[in-house]
Ligand binder design. Structure first.
Ligand SMILES: Cc1ncc(C[n+]2csc(CCOP(=O)(O)OP(=O)(O)O)c2C)c(N)n1
Ligand SMILES: CC(=O)[C@@H](O)[C@H](O)COP(=O)(O)O
Ligand SMILES: [Mg+2]
Length: 587
């Protein structure tokens, strides 16, 4: 039987349908998303939850003239499929395929590039003010989730919008969960609104928004009627919509955390296709999670902090075992950093775990609140380096550069699980400075990683392999590719090359560097971050300062954004895979 979706490529097509047909389309769109995500992987629950809302928005509003902005954008799969990308949706997040997030270069319907949360209200307000100034009468709609609206940036946008006459509609997609359960007082407020037990004034009305809702976000006719009404209301408007994350797939509704981004699953039954963990090295995240619990049981000053990523970072283990000492503060990176700083002033030892890419949002807090006051906060920067399919918005490739320039901050990158454990151990023994420990997404290399702790002397690198002529200096887990590159060489070739794991980008092991520059004809540096200002730059600066004339080749990520693909594919693209490294070292 022919499907309605077969005939829908753009919103103009769906605007010809009856409301009954739209309901059928919603069913088909869900199936389409499920079928493709089941094999290609990606974010699932969020897109399933907004199927009706997506259809209603494109039905009622004149997109792309009316500007629609999806916050984070992980929920925009339906939007992509209905705006010209149905035929290429199977390439979602794959190398050379479409992005998992809205992206301006991909479609005129993607009005704003997203990936990091809570930007939609500011962006939509900016567009609305621009339209006003240009004398245009189009609509501007920000769709934001209940976890994302609790972030500082979103509040800043609401605060400004409320004193404008901008033609702005903020739609709160409230499914009462982020990746993990939503947290905080605003979440409680929204629950009270939903259950009718809210006693105080409506927050959004108090901020001068025309508030409506809460309405059932799966009731298509109701949403359409409400959006039609809102189209006629002037100034800033706020619609509160209640949805179910994972709607339409039983397992995704019942296990919303897991099905946020479930990996491969059976499209018919919803069952996950689970890869065995047996005889596999652990994920760095789990090493962090188990180690912090182990250390915290011995040292009562240790605190764990995550801004909204307890499952992803594995801080969840500590939250389960030591709930009074582990905090999920919601999507609030800036707050997480300054909260840690406050705790450190009182003698606590905060481990503040933040994805490298999301720490970008708390840069001033790292400098002003932590480093300037030299407070011994321990930053654990997860997802450092290339992260894979999330792509350009999420790669943690800038941290070495943006952290290296900050006085007082120690910067370390473990090459393996044991080094991660040992630096965590060392850090909680009592450092005189803050430290950032950056490690990658995914598995390490060791099966026997649960060894007794040994402290690491700050500012020391180590030699992993001795050779005669050339020295390769690596930082962090990319060291594994260097070892593999050496394995690809003939014995004679490999005998020429030494390999050092410098471990600390700051302070550099200057004693070791003097030995290296006095010994070898040429030096290679390698890092899984951008090279303009990172580890290689630090080595170049050292060599220049000390008048070494040795040839230095800096390997890493060029001055460009890296898009999506598997980590292996992207390493090849950046010429950081073992084969390319071998060629660099031999030529
Ligand atoms: C600044 C920032 N911090 C953290 C994240 C990771 N993250 C992506 S989606 C998400 C939860 C979003 O929840 P919500 O806004 O409620 O949307 P839902 O997934 O429920 O639709 C989080 C924490 C992010 N993308 N950006
Ligand atoms: C949309 C978003 O920001 C998160 O869902 C992110 O994709 C999580 O990344 P990990 O899968 O690496 O935890
Ligand atoms: Mg939510």
């Amino acid at each position: 039987m022919s499907k309605i979706l077969d005939h829908i490529n753009f919103p103009t097509d769906l605007r010809r349908l009856s409301v009954e047909e739209l309901t059928q389309l919603a069913q088909e769109l869900r199936e389409f998303i499920i079928n493709i995500v089941a094999t290609k992987e990606g974010h699932l629950g969020a897109s399933l939850g907004v199927v009706e809302l997506t259809i209603a928005l494109h039905y009622v509003f004149n997109t792309p003239k009316d500007l629609l902005i999806w916050d984070v954008g992980h929920q925009a799969y339906g939007h992509k499929i209905l705006t010209g990308r149905k035929e290429v949706f199977h390439t979602n997040r794959q190398l050379g395929g479409i992005s998992g997030f809205p992206k301006r270069s991909e479609s005129e319907y993607d009005t704003f590039g997203v990936g990091h949360s809570s930007t939609s209200i500011s962006a939509a307000l900016g567009m609305a003010i621009a339209s006003q100034l240009k004398g245009e009468d189009n609509h501007h709609i920000a769709v934001i989730g209940d976890a994302s609206i609790a972030s500082g940036m979103a509040f800043e946008g609401l605060n400004h919008a409320g004193v404008t006459k901008a033609n702005l509609l903020v739609i709160l997609n409230d499914n009462a969960i982020g990746i993990d359960p939503s947290v905080g007082a605003l979440k409680q407020y929204l629950t009270n609104v939903k259950t009718g037990t809210q006693q105080q004034d409506n927050i959004f009305e108090a901020l001068n928004f025309d508030y409506s809702g809460p309405i059932d976000g799966h009731d298509l006719p109701k949403i359409i009627t409400e959006l039609e009404r809102l189209k006629t209301v002037k100034g800033p408007k706020f619609l509160h919509v209640i949805t179910t994350k994972g709607k339409g797939l039983k397992q995704a509704e019942e296990h919303q955390v897991k099905y946020h981004s479930p990996g491969k699953f059976n499209a018919v039954t919803g069952e996950l296709i689970i890869k065995s963990n047996l005889h596999q090295p652990p994920k760095f995240q789990d090493v962090f999670g188990y180690t912090i619990v182990e250390l915290a049981k011995q040292n009562e000053k240790i605190i764990g902090i995550t801004p909204a990523m307890p499952t992803g970072s594995s801080l969840k283990y500590m939250m389960d075992e030591l709930p009074k000492r582990a905090f999920d503060v919601g999507i609030a990176e800036q707050h997480a950093v300054t909260l840690a700083a406050g705790m450190a002033t009182q003698g606590l030892i905060p481990f503040c775990n933040i994805y490298s890419t999301f720490l970008q949002r708390a840069y001033d807090q790292v400098i002003h609140d932590v480093a300037l006051q030299n407070l011994p906060v321990i930053f654990c920067l997860d997802r450092a380096g290339l992260v894979g399919q999330d792509g350009a918005t999420h790669h943690g490739v800038f941290d070495l550069v943006y952290l290296r320039c900050i006085p007082n901050l120690i910067l370390f990158s473990p090459r393996n699980e044991i080094e991660l454990r040992n630096i965590m151990y060392t850090a909680q023994l009592g450092l005189q400075h803050p430290i950032a420990i950056r490690y990658p997404r995914g598995r390490g290399t060791l099966l026997n990683w649960e060894q007794d702790f040994k402290s690491i002397a700050i500012g020391t690198g180590i030699c992993l392999k001795k050779g005669a002529k050339k020295a390769v200096l690596s930082i962090g887990s990319i060291s594994e590719n260097v070892s593999k590159a050496l394995d690809l060489m003939t014995k004679k070739q490999s005998l020429e090359i030494s390999h050092y794991d410098m471990r600390f980008i700051k302070p550099l092991d200057e004693k070791l560097l003097h030995t290296i520059f006095e010994t070898y004809d040429s030096v290679f540096t390698i890092e899984d971050g951008v090279i303009n200002g990172g580890f290689g730059s630090a080595i170049l600066e050292f060599a220049a300062k000390n008048n070494y004339k040795t040839s230095i080749k800096v390997l890493g990520i060029d001055d460009d954004f890296v898009h999506h693909g598997t980590i292996q594919e992207l390493q090849q693209q950046c010429k950081l895979d073992p084969e390319h490294l071998k060629n660099w070292f031999l030529n």
